[in-house]
Design a protein around this ligand. Sequence first.
Ligand code: SF4
Length: 696
Amino acid sequence: MTATQTHCPYCALQCGMTLTPELPTRLGMPGVRLEPAEFPVNRGGLCAKGFTAADLLDHSDRLLTPLVRKEAGNRDSPLREASWEEAYERIVTAIRDSQDRFGPDSVGAFGGGGLTNEKAYALGKFVRVALRSSAIDYNGRFCMSSAATAANRALGIDRGLPFPLADVAEARTVLLVGANPADAMPPSMQYLDAGRANGAKHIVVDPRRTNTANGAHLHLQPLPGTDLALANGMLHIAIREGWVDEDYIKTRTEGFDSLNKANSYWPERVERMTGVPEAQLRETVRLLATEGPSMILTARGAEQHSNGTDTAQAWLNLALALGLVGKPFSGYGTITGQGNGQGGREHGQKADQLPGYRKLDDPAARTHVAAVWGIDADELPRPGLSAYEMIDRLGAEGGVKVLWVLASNIVVSAPHSNNVIDKLRKLDFLVVSDIFRSETADLADVILPTAQWAEEEGTMTNLEGRVIRRKMALPPPPLVKSDLTVLTELAGHLGRGEFFSDEPREVFEELRRASAGGIADYAGITYERIEDEQGVFWPCPDEAHPGTPRLFADGFPTASGRARFIRVDHRDAAELPDSTFPYVLTTGRNMQQYQSGNQTRRVRALNVALPEPRAELHPDLARRHGIADGDLVELRSRRGAATLRARLTDGIRPDTVFAPFHWPGANALTNPALDPHSRMPAFKACAIALRKAEER
Ligand code: SF4
């Protein structure tokens, strides 16, 4: 009975766990016993999702064979089981027909931040080399893109945390903006708790009093969509009080003089815009400036806005002005959400990127990657559309007509879901690869069953930039294939099979060469090193290099070697409350669920703990509408409606309603207005109305 040490299938913490073989399960598949491992990130901790992750492996809902429509071309006809050859034949016929009629870009793929590095890399290559299409993006566009764009602009590199998570325990002041790790990744709280036990002060910025905010020294509750003004107001105070680090600004940064230091961010005005008292602003800046080392950590609450990049930039400006970045136990970081949200954006799934975090429109990058792939650089397509832009043009002239969705459930997770469903229905052909039927798969022509986290090999890159190995503990069910195998076999059917391998180690070796010299340089990382060193931090340019747990100690990878201040000014949220839609909806996570819930909604213990979504309302707001705790409440925006059971709490602003996004509903309401820099939709603030709904 050999135990396998691997990692959780869910979030970006990538907790270590041990799987030990057990008796066959009810599906006749090998069983496993799951226990937490002493990995440096989780140190023996797991959350409820991690503890129950083995339930996914033998779940009776698993897809065990390909499914196709009984009547080809009619998505209203029932699904039936099919052989892989029949499924491939239908897919390849659809691809060829579409590309003959509408050109290469009429076929595209939508990937996911849960794919291993090897799969993310192979998918980006498949679209550009086998399909010769520019149409690829992924759900990380909805997750990390704002903070990534801001970090690239200011620091010359985007790595979620530029330091190991353990450094958080050593910081004396930590400002968490729109982050709720107590619910999203509970084992990470051990570092915040350790800091607090040693006297560290934590400040949480969130319109809700979350479990993270409950333990904080200070809780700031701004109106959703006003974080940029909050950050600029704090910068104004730092300058006024002489708390900025002038020596750091002079020697390590550029562009400070370009910032708006005018009176527009007087704290009194910021107080009116955000609803946060001036005294809290001042106390936050005082702690950050005078009780260091200090960190500013942002997450989706700050970033998923139509001004998300500028908002992350404003927090970066504050961190730079206070001289935090590149010093021990100090700095700015963003807390990545999806399991491989970090690696998923480094290896070519993004519409504008090539492996190694290279830019697709950079001639040198094209030449380098094309040489590794064995093609001519001119064969590489140009950058395509971002995730929501691609979805919004599905089926339209010049848009994608045949789409392959992997590791993503966009009917639940993309904004303005009614539009997403409409556009998916306009496709000529939809293929979905997943482990369970999802709301997106329900609309597909062909559904492909894929192997799971514990049934295959691969690497992931966690929120710290630590590359880790997921290992195979048991084989997949007989007719279930790894996405790597499917990519390779489909490429073969398209006449490009010689460019692909379904052997993860071979794909990783090629990824190392493709990333060499890029920003996310994996050249020195091997499977053996990952094993021996409990993960290796990129950049790691050669095998003698120790990896880079901490960035920026000696400078920044910008042209001048200095970090950049970038002036950003407040813009109102894309949609403000008015007399018809008088409240603000913000969305987020529950502890028991993960992403679109396609996996966790099927885990019995998690569903017992939280069987349905709850809309959180302040009692004053509920009273005005005659709503009691547990009543059904209908939420309406300009785009759709959702009915959820109400949970009354005085921990939320009276003008704001919270809805979790793990079930269909919340994203029927959200606004797809895009951030101009990152193309991030405005998930975290839209205008809604509400009323008590009748019991069903
Ligand atoms: Fe898994 Fe994240 Fe929970 Fe860790 S915190 S067990 S990685 S879901």
